[in-house]
Design a protein around this ligand. Structure first.
Ligand code: SF4
Length: 347
């Protein structure tokens, strides 16, 4: 059976050519066609002979994603619902900004972790995405935005965040393989400083992650007390805050130059008091960290209310003034089309 070529690493492509008794530099040529020029079919590769192109086509295929629905927010954020080859659907978001453009990619169909503030968490977990399905999201958006062969300062897509549907560390191998392709400087060439993986706290995989890749790490922290985090992020029952922080300590020892982002959703009356802020500062102070406060984005059927802008200001001020930590407030983007943080769900 033919393989989707986006599932193939550079090393695997090299072996493919060596097995054909071809020179290894053919892999570089094909890689360039795929990830620098952004071809959408495996033909017309004018520096590769017809005979070799036929052999490539015998082994691999290249196909574009099919779109079930696309939405455009009034702030320019775009969201696509993609139909995969087996009919399952996932969502991908593009967030344009003044000096950058970010794609928020999904890593699973649905999610098994049922975080209570998250729309995806209400879906059943269906399956992991393959490497080609993760990369396919980026390739589609690059095609639609015509973001090929642009100079670095003209690129429309500069950042990739693994913050869409699913827990990326529960699809570890495919996510790491896709990160390696995204950050390969002979190909898509995303900077490792511009790729961020966000986890709800899969402790053993954080320890693997620190060894296997050097992209940024964000943690869906959301509560400073176990009894609250158990409800918001139920994986906390398996790996409570103390375990998670121990793993992050190990991560920091290895990745000393990296600042960990602690994401904290602001929910009225749940986790937004000064008592919460005090505990948060106490826990996070030993880390090279940044706290990203996220105003809650409601979705149909959600049980929470967003903290008021005034309460978010007070919370942030405490972290900055008393905690002397870096804290930012994430601006909601695309919330009118349910494309903002925590709102993704396909149905
Ligand atoms: S926040 Fe992330 S891990 Fe939690 S349910 Fe939503 S998609 Fe899954």
């Amino acid at each position: 059976m033919k393989e989707n070529i986006y599932n193939t690493s550079f090393a695997e492509l090299k072996s493919f050519f060596i097995d054909l008794d071809e020179k290894a530099f053919r892999a570089e040529q094909l890689w360039n066609w795929l990830y620098v020029k952004g071809i959408d079919e495996l033909s017309g590769l004018n520096n590769i002979s017809k005979n070799i192109i036929n052999k490539i086509n015998e082994q691999y295929y290249l196909s574009q994603f099919k779109v079930s629905r696309s939405l455009l927010s009034k702030d320019g954020t775009r969201k696509w619902l993609f139909k995969l080859e087996d009919g399952k659907e996932i969502e991908t978001v593009y967030i344009p900004d003044k000096n950058r453009g970010t794609i928020c990619v999904s890593s699973q169909v649905g999610c098994s972790l049922s975080c209570s503030f998250c729309h995806t968490g209400t879906m059943k977990f269906s399956r992991n995405l393959s490497t080609s399905e993760i990369l396919g999201q980026v390739m589609y958006v690059k095609n639609i935005l015509k973001d090929w062969n642009n100079k670095t300062d003209k690129k429309k897509i500069t950042n990739i965040v693994f913050m869409g549907m699913g827990e990326p560390l529960l699809n570890y191998d495919n996510v790491i393989k896709s990160i390696n392709v995204l950050t390969d400087q002979k190909g898509l060439a995303f900077s490792k400083r511009k790729v961020t993986l966000s986890t709800s706290g899969v402790v053993p995989k954080i320890l693997d992650f620190k060894e296997d890749t050097d992209v940024n790490l964000a943690v869906s922290f959301h509560a400073a007390f176990d009894e609250i985090r158990d409800i918001l992020v139920p994986i906390n029952k398996k790996w409570p805050i103390a375990n998670l922080l121990d793993a992050l300590k190990e991560y920091s020892k290895k990745r000393t130059h990296k600042r960990i982002t602690f994401e904290y959703i602001m929910l009225e009356g749940i986790n937004d008091s000064i008592k919460d802020a005090k505990e948060l500062v106490k826990l996070i102070k030993p880390y090279r960290a940044k706290i990203n406060l996220i105003p809650f984005n409601p979705w149909p059927g959600s049980n929470y209310k967003a903290s008021s802008p005034d309460q978010i200001k007070v919370f942030k001020k405490f972290i900055l003034d008393e905690g002397k930590l870096v804290a930012t407030v994430r601006l909601p983007r695309g919330d009118d089309v349910l494309a903002a943080c925590g709102q993704l769900k396909s149905f």
